[in-house]
Write a new protein. Structure first.
Length: 234
């Protein structure tokens, strides 16, 4: 059974890497310009070990309790852990205790607690600002308003223990991803004028990674395309 699972993951990973390479080539970019973050939400630590054996270096999680346990269990693998879920202020310091990257920073109230957690760990925490791509006035995905992103970036840069790396976004629900990623590319272009070293753009998932790469994504967050259908959590 373990061998079957390893074969299944290897096949999904190979197909996903090929999709990334093809999309990058179509965008006139080298394949290694786009980094794969495999999202292991609800999948066991044994899958994470298989991924590490297949050369995966970056793993994403979006539930604190699950992420903390999995990171501890897989601490010997030397992986880079990305926290990509909505972040509660009272969990921020704890998340900074194991995450190497927090991709979902969307408000300034998180920063002191992330700083404290990073300080207790003795490690600089990389931060991405999650920007909302939803039309104004419509309730949707999490994320800071695009007009607030530069001020939030300035606050990150002024906070000890945090390092601003770039932006993250999710295409809105019920909308074609292409126009959303066009908007994101414009937001990023303006952002880079003021923060030229914050070059990371985390966008695109299993269903829309090609569109995200076409519009500049440097990191794609892929779960089901690599690992298959998520297990049912009781």
């Amino acid at each position: 059974m373990a061998t079957d699972r390893a074969d299944e993951i290897a096949a999904g990973l190979a197909e996903t890497r090929e999709r990334v390479a093809v999309a990058a080539k179509a965008a006139g970019r080298p394949a290694d310009d786009v980094h794969l973050v495999v999202v292991t939400k609800f999948f066991p630590a044994s899958d994470v070990r298989i991924l590490a054996g297949l050369g995966v270096t970056d793993v994403g999680e979006n539930r604190h309790q699950e992420a903390a346990a999995k990171a501890a269990e897989c601490a010997d693998l030397g992986l880079r852990w990305h926290y990509i879920g909505g972040l509660q202020s009272n969990k921020a310091a704890a998340v900074a205790g194991y995450a190497d990257v927090v991709e979902s920073v969307d408000r300034s109230s998180l920063l002191p607690r992330l700083s404290r957690g990073a300080g207790e760990r003795g490690q600089i925490l990389d931060v991405l600002l999650q920007v909302s791509l939803d039309p104004p006035g419509r309730e949707g995905r999490a994320g800071a308003d695009p007009g607030d992103v530069r001020d939030l970036a300035a606050e990150v840069e002024a906070t000890d223990g945090l390092r601003l790396r770039g932006l993250m976004a999710v295409a809105p629900l019920g909308e074609e991803p292409e126009p959303a990623f066009v908007r994101l590319a414009r937001i990023r272009e303006d952002f880079l004028v003021e923060y030229p070293e914050a070059t990371v753009l985390s966008a695109g998932m299993s269903g829309d990674l090609e569109q995200a790469i076409a519009h500049g994504a440097t990191h794609v967050r892929v779960g089901s395309a690599v690992l298959g259908q998520r297990p049912t959590v009781k």
